[in-house]
Design a protein around this ligand. Sequence first.
Ligand code: FE2
Length: 515
Amino acid sequence: MLITPFNRRALIGGIAATVAAPSIIRAQTVSDTPFTLGVASGDPSPDGFVLWTRLAPKPLELHSGLRMTKMTVAWEVATDERFAAVVAKGEEIARPELGHSVHAEVAGLQPNRPYWYRFTLGGATSPVGRARTLPVFGSKLDHVRFIAGGCNNYENGYFTAYRRLAEEADVDFFWHYGDYIYEGSGFHRPGSAPTPRTHHADEPYSLDDYRARYAQYKLDPDLQAAHAAHSWWVTWDDHETDNNWASKFDQDGTPPEIFNLRRQASAQAYYENMPLRRSSFPHGTDIQVFRQASYGDLLDCWFLDTRQFRDDQPCGDGGKPMCAEAQDPKRTIMGAAEERWLFSGLAKGQGRWNLIANQVMLMPLDRRDKDGDPELWNMDSWAGYPAARQRLLAHIQKQKITNIVITTGDEHQNFVGDLHMHAAEGPPLATEFLGTSVSTGGDGADVGPRTPAILKHNPQLKMLNSQRGYVVHDVGRDHWQATFKVLDKVTTRDGKLSTRAKFAVERGKPGVQTA
Ligand SMILES: [Fe+2]
């Protein structure tokens, strides 16, 4: 992390000028290193992965304290943590147009093994990260371990779950199910309650706003540790842009042509801050989030985007009884192209298991909390798109696909349940493991106030827990185990982690079992 006086002047010599410029934030972080936001790897292939960093000597300042010029960043990959055996190296240009982010696509490496990587700029060296390549396509594989997590609201609590999951051993990948940042700023609303931490500024709208919001999150050492420890597959949900957005529509009725300006800013900021390939480069509001990965002959992963192509939420959004608009058979949550891609992939799948890595709850969940009340559905989840869910389930049933596990986020609680063709009737077709949040919602409790009513009205549920944490998935050739890990607290640092429950699915026999 050392930087010589000469190089400091050469590399970030514009800082003196930019300090005097109007700042978009109140707080400032002063540092000599341009690598304050850590490093990351993602989207692995059998011969490589993406390496990411973003130069930011003063991360919360306009332009991150950098001159608006191109900078050449070197990267290297080694087979050992001490970089005694460097096996690949290169340079990437960090451009002001992209917030001085770096996306190095490394190729030519060996499959299914760990590597270590770092960046250098002048005399400054980044922290070291560990990445992992995919196994060879179709090769025999006995085990994959991955972790599912997301929903890390900075204001609601500390990212202890990221610290703990960074310490998990033998992890092939981490999947982030969205809500990497939260655009809302409770602290900035008049009369809002105190929170453990506060966002640095009010709600982001411009590209620079979003860049600063990502910077604040990425300064968190626990989040940095999770990136440095594992290769990530990232997908987005709503809060990377705006709560409950749906393609052209935000939740406030903003004219689509105006909301599109915000979508462009958030899409570019997402690309800049994630370890994504150039195939996900933003074009206007569009960004390629849905994509596929295969782990040998064992696991085919289908990473979904249920936000960018969906119809608007029906019935005025929120928690509502079922309505005619929701039941329109044409309604879609993935859009036609993504639906075709998923359906044809599942039908042709070669892997022993299919993972549908999905954002919002897929199983129908009646949310009423009093007997005698009408059924209540979350119109932002698949419950607002019942025809789309029935198309997926009918496809699974017709194609006799008996190896599907669905993972989900969004709810900020842990749910385990089976999916049936109709409510909880008939044989199960797939199992959904819905993971809680890293911090969103604060400490929570094992049993929340509405838990008994939800369990009573939803016989497909096998567990409901309202604490924070993450889910470890161990995928074997015939046996899938999901381990739910929860924290006693996130509103103070270093909450205690424990295993809340373990569940299993047997290949070819849909339906969840207690492990
Ligand atoms: Fe969330």
